[in-house]
Ligand binder design. Structure first.
Ligand code: TYD
Ligand code: MG
Length: 454
């Protein structure tokens, strides 16, 4: 009969064929314990002597009604949630300190509370008086939200169990203290334990729990990435401090599309939703100037038009600068290389700056052609026509690939008053969705058509 026993080090996880006093994997003493596989029958008396129970298996085709969701009425938030708040779900809202997470969640709490969801807001960062003051400033003091200023997780869970709310907001996960874990609040093990406790509590008691998480400078939620794996939905609240635009982005959502964004504006009376972000992102655009190109992008399920700005100038440095805000710097290097290798347009000795206007971060490869257009326009000191949008993916060979949802991009551009588009658009020609469509065959063709001989 096959051996059903293994020996495992409880410190490093190394497995051994026999017991010994010292683990030769990590060198710790007295850490090797005998393990019996779960399938090996009843557990030891000391573990309760329990046998596993059979679980109920169902078919994939089993009909299940989708979970009832609550809409808060703020369309930008409901959409990012995947169509409202799912009961018994755990969410994480991450973002830089001061970006407006507490403001957003207090406003959301008030909305859900008014929709009849019993809502509790627990602040570990601010005193109740401070939260109340903020509520007054936001005009929400009459909302039936219940407040607490507390960091002791055991007390919080006990209270939630007794109060049975539909939604609980924990602001923030870094301030929570689980007394069964021997380290300070904010440490990796505390954050992980607190997130685990809250997530399992949400499932077991049918409470939706939204946790706030501060993000470190390198863009990670302070503490372990494992928090992101535990929860159902991860939203990031991003934006530039100097700008009033804020973007709530779903980076993971078990109940809806990821990459969906909601756009807000920080005003003196809290966050206001922006239902037409394209108009907002383009509102700062002045007269057509060299280095500017309008990209027709798709964020989640929605088309969004945004201005890309480039600056190309002779470099005083031996190593020219490449600075990007809002886009991937590796992708910029690739486009510069393709322009040089396939079109013979060198950028050596030139500093290159690229900026996505309005503080939006874009990650679509479909922005390639718009980036190339902005770079070339800056380099040649020639403005692109003001009424034209650009999109399409560039491959290393210099070929252009059509972007997904071409039609939606064109429709949005048309809605905002654009009359022409430059895009590799599959089989479409002539006028599409009211726009005159130019379809360059490759990057060399694009350069020739748009900037003369190149
Ligand atoms: P806050 O929600 O406290 O940020 P976080 O919880 O992410 O740390 O937001 C703080 C900023 O928002 C602060 O700089 C002031 C600004 N703010 C407004 O501009 N208008 C408002 O109505 C409120 C409440 C805050
Ligand atoms: Mg806060």
């Amino acid at each position: 009969m096959a051996k059903t026993q293994t020996f495992t080090c409880s410190a490093c996880g190394a497995s051994h064929t026999r017991w010994s006093g010292r683990c030769d994997g990590c060198g710790e003493w007295n850490t090797i314990i005998q393990e019996r596989p779960l399938s090996a029958g009843p557990a030891k008396k000391s573990l309760g002597g329990k046998r596993g129970q059979s679980i109920v298996l169902t078919e994939l085709s089993t009909e299940e009604s989708p979970p009832p969701r609550t809409l808060c009425g703020v369309e930008e938030l409901d959409r990012v949630l995947g169509g409202g708040l799912v009961p018994a779900s755990a969410l994480l809202v991450g973002g830089d300190p001061g970006i407006g997470k507490s403001t957003l969640l207090l406003q959301a709490a008030a909305r859900f509370a008014r929709k009849g969801v019993k809502t509790i807001y627990v602040s570990g960062e601010e005193a109740s008086a401070q939260v109340r003051m903020r509520a007054r400033r936001l005009g929400l003091e009459e909302s039936p939200v219940q407040l607490a200023a507390e960091t002791n997780l055991r007390d919080i869970l006990t209270t939630l169990e007794a109060e049975k709310p539909g939604l609980a907001i924990i602001d923030s996960i870094q301030t929570m203290w689980a007394d069964n874990v021997d380290s300070t609040p904010g440490s990796v093990s505390q954050v992980r334990a607190a997130a685990h406790e809250l997530t399992t509590f949400a499932k077991r008691h049918g409470v939706s729990i939204i946790m706030v998480g501060h993000v470190t400078k390198d863009g990670q939620i302070a503490g372990p990435r494992v928090v992101e794996h535990m929860v159902d939905t991860v939203l990031y609240f991003e934006g530039e401090r100097g700008h009033q635009f804020r973007i709530l982005r779903a980076v993971k959502n078990r109940f809806g599309p990821a990459d969906e964004i909601g756009v807000f504006e920080m005003t003196g009376k809290g966050l206001a939703q922006v239902t037409n972000p394209s108009a907002l992102f383009l509102s700062e655009r002045g007269t057509p100037s060299p280095g500017s190109a309008v990209f027709a992008g798709i964020e989640g399920t929605r088309p969004v038009l945004v201005e890309l700005q480039a600056l190309v100038a002779p470099s005083p440095h031996s190593q020219p600068r490449r600075t990007v805000v809002g886009w991937d710097s590796g992708r910029l290097a690739m486009i510069l290389a393709v322009l040089e290798a396939r079109c013979g347009i060198p950028f050596a000795g030139l500093d290159v700056y690229l900026n996505v206007a309005g503080g939006l971060k874009i990650s679509e490869p479909a922005a390639d052609l718009a980036v190339a257009a902005a770079l070339l326009s800056a380099r040649e000191d020639t403005a692109l026509p003001a009424d034209t949008v650009v999109f399409g993916e560039i491959s290393l060979s210099g070929a252009l690939r059509p972007a997904p949802q071409t039609e939606n991009r064109l429709k949005e551009a048309q809605k905002l008053g654009f009359t022409a588009a430059i895009a590799p658009a599959g089989g479409k020609t002539g006028t599409v969705a009211g726009l005159t469509l130019t379809r360059p065959s490759d990057l060399v063709g694009f350069v020739g058509e748009t900037f003369g001989a190149g």
